[in-house]
Design a binder for this molecule. Structure first.
Ligand code: ADP
Ligand code: SF4
Length: 688
């Protein structure tokens, strides 16, 4: 197949200072949860993007000096010459495929707590950054930088830029956004200086300008110097000559940097999930930049549609299509467009599991792309997979995300695959849950896999086919994979958070009941100790149906886990907009006489009750494992039927996120030849 000429514009080269990007696909700097500790994992994660056609591939945030230490979060560093080699590994990997490699040089100012290095944090005026944000509470403040500090600060950038050049980088960034170092000088609310670096906008811009100019002088002959700038805060500050200080800063610096990379300063806005933002949602923060500079402009927007990418360029908003999450979900997105295979793009669903895994301090994982983070240590390529034995037949029971991914990967490997699904509709929980408010994109998990499966000659799929143990025995196949999922229970917790049995009754519901169409009588109490999306999504859905809803949770916030995936603020605001009440820090101890009984989590204090017509319990799921257990308990019957192996995958193995289910299905398919091995383990050991 060949490329649709409509997309030719995406494949035009773009000049960036002294270097040229081969096309407009730009993998923007973003953390991958590897830091310098996992250089091979990091290099391989970036390499597949270059191989997949991204013309520029950047590192994540890269500290220039020990006074900028984000531990325990995994960040890169270029503190001395010994740090060059691990970066060169990634640069060489990216260059092998003809892409440019970029590095985002970063100093956090008071945005880092320096927990590891114990160097006193420093900042523009010693003010505290995001002190009320749990992510940043460090119980220590920063010291204001004096003139000597500023001179050294500038020299750290130059030293790091020289090291970046030695590592082979083509693009070197100054990170002047997201509340970090130089950006703190730009903000009037942070910059309280009375010297030549404070006061007027000219003075506040001075440090950023000096750093860019210093770096240009040091490495500008060979490397492009890019600036990453957050516009949203400064768009709110009226300018003297132009509409806002953001406009004025960009026009002051206009052509000094070789590239403008524009983003919003609030990470929860920049990476808002699909539940709360559309593709291209960053436009209000980047659409004003293009007329103010002759240099190329890049920005993100969870772009997965080539038509939207073309529109961004033709409307003069962006020159380069920036992407982080779309590169995670499909490192081969550009190549697929180039080869006229855009219907094979594994589109990001905007769930932000990737963000949560970075926050957890591990290599970034992805719901759509199970190979993410496994490219080096397991040698899992996002597109290629070793062939299997076409003579071997495999029966998969269940066509949820685990079963479908397992089938897709086994089919790609060439095995003879049959999938049986009890329901008429394929997709399991993603088909059901994508009906929840804001989760429509989640159906892509199903659609991407079905799209590929349906064209495979070695794969048969049978909806409307509930399978019993005897059916499996009678079917006659070499390997059996059980992917029958899980169901929600009515179990609650006692005041020690131990399981306290189930609550029964006609007015007690689970998410499965509501999603199957049950109409609980209002007012409704949702008791949520699952802490992810389900509780707040059901609250939203029931509120839309006119019910009065109160969420009760032992946590301190609705959907408390979503602090990890950047949805917490949006969920709070949505609940408030919809008039959904919440009672925090309470266990539910009973439901009787038209009321739920509650006890505070602090040693059972604050006992109270809330009147309600029905109760929805969003807590614990249990495996639908009857089929697996029946087969597993009768090895002779299996052997007589010629079945070599039996495996359970996904929620049937252990209930978890959709990302876990997809990963589990993929791992099963990769290891199909290796006896009954799944749950394998591989890791990158730090080098001594
Ligand atoms: P996972 O997330 O692990 O893929 P899901 O709950 O999304 O789990 O999908 C499990 C699928 O298995 C559902 O679509 C369900 O209808 C199907 N299923 C469950 N039991 C059987 C069975 N005995 N025969 C065929 N399909 C089944
Ligand atoms: Fe997109 Fe979700 Fe994958 Fe992140 S984890 S890249 S949001 S699909």
């Amino acid at each position: 197949m060949s490329r649709n000429p409509r997309y030719d514009i995406l494949f035009e080269p773009v000049r960036i200072g002294p270097v040229t990007a081969p096309n407009r696909f730009y993998s923007t700097p973003h953390a991958l949860g590897t830091g310098n500790q996992m250089p091979h994992t990091r290099a391989a994660m970036r390499e597949v993007r270059a191989e997949g056609g991204w013309g520029v591939v950047n590192t994540g945030y890269c500290s220039i000096h020990p006074s900028c230490d984000d531990a325990p979060l995994p960040y890169c560093r270029l503190w001395d010459d010994e740090d060059i080699e691990v970066h060169a590994l990634m640069v060489d990997a990216v260059h092998r495929h003809g892409a440019l490699a970029g590095v985002e040089l970063w100093h956090g100012g008071n945005g880092t707590a320096n927990r590891l290095t114990r160097v006193t944090p420093m900042s523009v005026s010693g003010v505290t950054y995001s002190a009320s944000d749990a992510n940043y509470m460090s119980l220590s403040q920063s010291r204001p930088m004096d003139r000597q500090d500023i001179r050294e600060f500038r020299s750290w950038y130059v030293d790091a830029a020289r090291r970046a050049r030695s590592a082979g980088f083509d693009i070197v960034y100054v990170y002047a956004g997201m509340g970090y170092g130089p950006f703190q000088f730009l903000l009037p609310s942070m910059n309280k200086r009375t010297d030549e670096y404070g006061g007027s906008l000219q003075n506040r811009v001075r440090l950023t300008r000096e750093i860019i100019e210093d770096m240009k002088e040091a490495v500008g002959q060979t490397c492009a110097i890019a600036i990453r700038f957050s516009s949203d805060d400064l768009l709110k500050v009226p300018g003297e000559t132009l509409q806002s200080e953001a406009h004025e800063i960009i026009s002051m610096l206009a052509d000094i940097p070789d590239l403008w990379d524009i983003k919003s300063s609030d990470w929860t806005v920049e990476t808002a999930s699909a539940r709360f933002s559309e593709q291209g949602a960053q436009e209000p923060w980047n659409s004003f930049v293009r007329p103010l500079t002759s240099k190329p402009v890049v920005g993100v927007g969870r772009f997965t549609s080539p038509d939207e990418m073309v529109s961004q360029i033709k409307r003069g908003i962006l020159d380069l299509i920036g992407a982080a999450r779309p590169t995670i979900a499909d490192p081969f997105l550009p190549r697929k467009i180039d080869e006229g295979r855009e219907d094979e793009i594994r589109e990001c669903i905007g769930c932000n599991i990737c963000v949560s895994t970075y926050h957890a301090g591990v290599p970034v994982r992805c719901t759509q792309n199970p190979t993410m983070g496994e490219e080096w240590r397991r040698q899992w390529h996002p597109e290629r997979i070793p062939p299997g034995d076409p003579e071997k037949s495999i029966l998969i029971v269940g066509a949820g995300p685990a079963g479908l991914e397992c089938a897709r990967a086994l089919g790609q490997r060439g095995f003879a695959v049959t999938v049986a699904e009890a329901r008429e509709q394929l997709g399991g929980r993603v088909t059901i849950e994508s009906k929840l408010p804001g989760l429509a994109t989640w159906a892509r998990v199903r659609d991407y896999r079905l799209g590929l499966i349906q064209s495979m000659g070695n794969l048969d799929i049978y909806p409307g086919s509930p399978v019993s143990a005897q059916d499996v025995i009678d079917f006659g196949c070499d390997h059996v994979v059980i992917a029958t999922g899980a169901r929600w229970t009515r179990q609650i917790l006692d005041t020690n958070a131990y399981p306290a049995g189930e609550i029964e009754g006609d007015a007690v519901f689970t998410p499965d009941d509501i999603l199957a169409g049950a109409e609980p009588e209002g007012p409704v109490v949702i008791y949520d100790f699952d802490h992810y999306y389900m509780g707040s999504c059901l609250a939203e859905m029931l509120r839309q149906r006119g019910k009065e809803v109160t969420i009760v949770t032992p946590a301190t916030a609705v959907s408390a886990w979503t602090l990890m995936n950047n949805e917490l603020a949006d969920i709070r605001m949505r609940m408030r907009e919809l008039g959904i009440d919440a009672v925090f820090e309470h266990y539910l101890t009973g439901f009787s006489d038209g009321a739920v009984q509650l006890a505070g989590i602090y040693r059972g204090s604050d006992v109270r009750s809330i009147d309600c017509g029905s109760l929805v319990i969003v807590g614990v799921r249990t495996r639908k494992d009857r089929l697996y257990e029946e087969l597993n308990s009768d090895a002779d019957r299996m052997a007589d039927a010629g079945i070599i192996s039996l495996r359970s995958i996904g929620d049937c193995r252990a209930p978890a996120t959709i990302a876990h289910a997809v990963y589990s299905g993929h791992e099963c398919a990769r290891n199909m030849d290796a006896g009954d091995t799944i749950d394998t383990f591989a890791w990158e050991r730090p080098r001594l």
